[in-house]
Every structure is written in structure tokens, then in C-alpha cells.
Design a protein around this ligand. Sequence first.
Ligand code: BTN
Length: 254
Amino acid sequence: MRWPAEAIWEAVAPLLPGFTVEVLPQLDSTNTELMRRARTGRADPVLLVAEQQTAGRGRLGRDWHSSAGASLTFSLGLPLAPADWSGLSLAVGASVADSLHPDIVLKWPNDLWLGDRKLGGILIETASFGDGAAGARYAVIGIGLNIAPRPAAGLSIEPAALRELLPQADAAAVLERIARPLVGDLQRFERDGFVAFQQRFAQRDALRGRAVRLSDGTAGTAQGVNAAGSLLVHTAAGPQAISSSEVSVRPAAR
Ligand code: BTN
């Protein structure tokens, strides 16, 4: 695949001095690699793409499966110093979806869905950076998107693929579409926080109005997301604002 590394660099470098783009044929995981680098003191802004990941990671310690050519797997690493980090994965999801297609919906806290099937996921990790002055950390924003259909591989529901919406899509063109707006949106998040994305998220909120079940067994109805990015759930015990990333939410069957 020919990657538009130069075009992305030209679009992003004016926003992020020192920015580089790196494409590697194979890596364990782009997130793992940038976190490794951060531990050795490297905290420069970089977009790292792996054509193939051998140990892709998802949230909550899950594996993330992808295959060369059929998926886009990359991480953007950059120093960030927002006053409040909450809602970052929601802002990233809104940014990616807005760059790609109006029909993509967002499942709190960090999945991109097509209907009720998963199209992609976001894994955000941070590492300490410099002396931590002004709350700056090195943020590693990992994004995995299914571009072409692939086998369900043990999943109960077949994953969605972007080509269902954009038949011509390939990983390189998708990355070029996402990258610059994503950097701009991250800088906006750093400045203004999640509240600047609340409306954009709400327009794509896959759970709003739906019956959901939390991983602790609580059942309720999802009622949108507040200004801090917490999921509001109406339960038998009253309204709850869910912020813990350790809670997973499943829509109950329709
Ligand atoms: C999830 O759905 O749980 C998040 C999936 C995130 C996958 C991406 S692929 C690029 C980056 N590297 C990884 O190992 N994970 C993220």
C-alpha cells in the first residue's frame, strides 16, 4: 500500500511542530510501541501506522484483531495538557466519525459502530512527560478501524467494515481523511474540554434512549452524556452518571 505520509505531514506539521509520520510493516501494537518510547523519554508528536499488528490491544485488556490490508491500525502520540481529561475518547470518536460518514454512530465510551456492529475502537493511554508541569502528559491515541469485511473470529456479532458505507475506502485514504481534523480536535479538546464536543457526540450517540446493562449487572436506560462525558443511565435506584472506564455497557436486546 502507498501511504500518504508526506501529505499528512504537510497538513499536520503546521499545527504540531516536530511532527513526524512513521509507517511500519509490522509491530506488536502501535500503542505499545509509543508507550515504550515514552518510557525512554521520547515524547515527540508522531503518527505511527502499522500495516500489521501482532499483538493489538483493546480496552479492558482485550485483544484487538486486524489483518493487513483490511484494517487501519495507528496511534497518534502527542503531549497534551487539558485541564480535565474526561471525555477524551468521546471527542476522538466524534472527530473520526465526523471525518468519515454521517451514518457512523458512537457507543460510549469509545467504539465506532455501524448499526449494532462494531466498526472500530479507540484505546487511549497516557505516560508522564517532562516534569509534568501544567498537567502535561504524553497521550497515545490508538485507533483501529475495519476497512474491509473480515471473518468474525470468535466474535458473537460479525464486525462492520467501512466499505459498507464507502465502497472505495482503503486504509491509506481513510488515514489521510482522519489525521488533520483529529489533531485539530485534540487541540480543541486541550483548550476547551469535552463540553466543546458534547453536541457532536450527542448527534451520534448509539445508546441514547436504549435499554443498557452495565458490567456490574445494573440495568437501566441510557440518557445521553453529560458535559464531563459521563454516561447518564436511569436505573431502578435513580439516575446514575457512569464515568469509570472499567464499566462496560451493553445495549439490551431491542
Ligand atoms: C477497543 O475497541 O477496545 C479499542 C481498540 C483499539 C485498537 C487500536 S489499533 C491501533 C492501536 N494499537 C493497539 O494495540 N490498539 C489500538
